[in-house]
Write a protein that binds this ligand. Structure first.
Ligand code: CA
Length: 225
């Protein structure tokens, strides 16, 4: 996952870059608008975090040009300005989300994750298998119309398995997805989440198979017989 940070305040750019790098993203930084515009033309990013007040080219102009070329990169606008007009014009130009400084880093990371996920899934945020439906945007799972009581981590595990259903998912892949919540999650914890999920999914028609030594596989029950 590659993120472009467009920010002319070096301290802020550095803080953001460190935090997102720690969270496992590959991060590029642009310190002026012209540089950002070039990078967005030449490289593929999963997310751009865009300041509006920039030297050489304003953030709104960068955004306008990006969308005009049909660029689909999700954009999180980050700015000191909190005027309603800025927010509205940013969203009109095709920003996907908006944060005003001072902002909380963990909130920014959470929003970045949501935008990246949304970008990967397109407008379709629902994953379905047998009677089970997972709304990846709302972080809710349903069996038919009944909402399930799942923790954020259980939803995280389920999401990884459903995104790669009918394929074996290793414990490491699950851990990698969960480290967004929990830095030092262990293999035993994964087993506990899988155990809980199996119980909660008993009536869903979905089965999580253990593939010894390799990981887990999510499939419809008819295939599991
Ligand atoms: Ca600025």
């Amino acid at each position: 996952m590659r993120i472009l940070i467009v920010e002319d305040d070096p301290a802020l750019a550095d803080g953001l870059a460190r935090s997102l790098t720690r969270a496992g993203y590959a991060v590029d930084c642009a310190t002026d608008g012209a540089m950002a515009n070039t990078l967005l033309q030449d490289a593929v990013y999963d997310l751009a975090i865009l300041d509006l007040g920039l030297p050489k080219m304003d953030g709104t102009e960068i955004l306008r040009r990006l969308r005009q070329r049909g660029g689909k990169t999700p954009v999180l606008v980050l700015t000191a300005r909190d005027a309603v007009e800025d927010r509205v014009s940013g969203l009109d130009l095709g920003a996907d989300d908006y944060m005003t400084q001072p902002f909380n880093l963990s909130e920014l990371e959470a929003r970045a994750r949501a935008l990246i996920r949304r970008g990967q899934l397109g407008s379709n945020t629902a994953l379905a298998c047998a009677k089970l439906m997972l709304d990846t945007a709302a972080r809710r799972a349903y069996i038919e119309k009944t909402a399930l009581d799942l923790s954020a981590r259980e939803i995280g595990v389920l999401e990884v398995l459903m995104l790669r259903r009918h394929k074996v998912v290793s414990k490491e892949q699950i851990m990698e997805a969960l480290c967004q919540w929990d830095k030092d999650i262990g293999g035993n914890a994964i087993e506990v989440y899988i155990h809980r999920l199996r119980k909660k999914l008993e009536t869903s028609g979905v089965h999580i198979r253990t593939i010894r030594g390799l990981g887990y596989l999510l499939e419809e029950e008819s295939h599991a017989a």
